[in-house]
Design a binder for this molecule. Structure first.
Ligand code: ADP
Ligand code: MG
Length: 337
């Protein structure tokens, strides 16, 4: 059983003057994680609420496994949702927060205990947490409770709205791995909302890039990264130099994108375009070093592996060569962003 496929078809939604969704068509495949990625205000939460049945679209349809669910009320949709603000019950214990959804469904006694225990195990909270109030937990632990609360009703679809937004980097990394592990073990169809491209890459089987109420591109992280459909996607999903195409080496007008890591420092052959420049900035990022090189009054960014950077002995003010292959230059039909 591959899980329920969720399909949005030409979904529109306005809040008075604001048009939040402008005809979204998107399939979240069964048993996979689909990420809605986009800047704040682009319509991610609105689309998620429409999947949950908390909002009705003005136009368009939502299908679960091909069945029209557009007018099915939230409580009959079998979805678990973690909201942006978690919405835990602060006066209740961890156990009771998780048990709540089962109690309202009439589950009691040993069955209730077993299911709460199983799901708390799954999210990595042991017995020592059961009686603690959620206000006594760290952000990461609260996040686990929220996830357990969404999962305990054994939903067919899991909807996560920026679930890790306010956590520290390390906690976030760990929970991202956990979300993947849990999702894989349950094979539950998941729609995961974030504005963070690194988070999107870390959890997404499918990425839907949203902008201003539209889904502008859908694909695996690798597909979207390697073949962004326009300059906006190229610079929002991953980083890219935006250059005029003649400078980049093409015999045409317009703008093109060139990924930072596709610019080679002091290349030895094997490139199509080479310029000389001066190193203007060096930022150590760990595995990579980010360089800014001034070439004919343009600032070009490069991402160089740390070892390669060390081998070359480059420093601020160094004169260097930079180059790239034309095959790495991404041109677009329309040069607009
Ligand atoms: N209840 C509301 N009333 C009026 N405008 C809203 C409401 N909810 C969201 N919006 C507007 O709709 C647009 C999309 O919002 P939202 O779906 O929350 O975006 P995101 O989750 O991507 O940040 C934004 O311009 C936002 O200001
Ligand atoms: Mg939102």
């Amino acid at each position: 059983m591959a899980g329920v496929e969720v399909r949005f078809e030409d979904v529109w939604k306005s809040y008075e003057a604001v048009i939040a969704l402008r005809g979204v068509t998107l399939t979240a495949p069964g048993g996979r994680i689909t990420v809605l990625l986009g800047q704040s205000g682009c319509g991610k939460t609105t689309l998620l609420k429409i999947a949950a049945g908390l909002l009705e679209p003005d136009r368009g349809r939502v299908y679960f496994n091909g069945v029209d669910y557009t007018r099915v009320p939230a409580e009959r949709r079998d979805v678990g949702m973690v909201f942006q603000d978690l919405a835990l019950f602060p006066h209740m214990s961890v156990f009771e927060n998780v048990a709540f959804g089962l109690r309202v469904r009439g589950v009691r006694g040993l069955e209730l205990e077993r299911r709460v225990r199983e799901v708390l195990d799954l999210v990595g909270l042991d017995r020592s947490f059961y009686n603690r109030r959620v206000t006594e937990l760290s952000g990461g632990q609260q996040q686990r409770v929220a996830l357990a609360r969404a999962l305990v009703i054994e939903p067919k679809v899991l909807l996560l709205d920026e679930p890790l937004a306010h956590l520290d980097y390390k906690v976030k990394q760990r929970l991202l791995e956990e979300v993947r592990r849990i999702q894989r073990s349950l094979r539950i169809t998941t729609i995961y909302v974030t504005h963070d491209q690194l988070e999107a890459m870390a959890v997404g089987d499918v990425i839907a890039v949203m902008r201003d109420g539209y889904v502008v591109q859908v694909g695996t992280p690798r597909e979207v990264y390697e073949n962004p459909r326009d300059l906006y996607v190229a610079s929002f999903f991953g980083d890219a130099n935006i250059l005029d195409s003649r400078f980049a080496g093409l015999n045409s007008d317009g703008l093109v994108a060139l990924r930072f890591e596709d610019v080679i420092l002091n290349p030895n052959g094997d490139v199509d375009v080479v310029y000389e420049g001066v190193v203007e900035d060096i930022i150590f990022q760990g595995a990579f070093v980010s360089l800014e090189v001034n070439v004919i009054n343009r600032s070009l960014k490069l991402l160089v592996p740390r070892r390669e950077f060390a081998r070359q002995g480059v420093s601020l003010g160094s004169r260097v060569r930079v180059g790239w292959k034309l095959s790495e230059v991404r041109g677009f039909n329309s040069g607009t962003t």
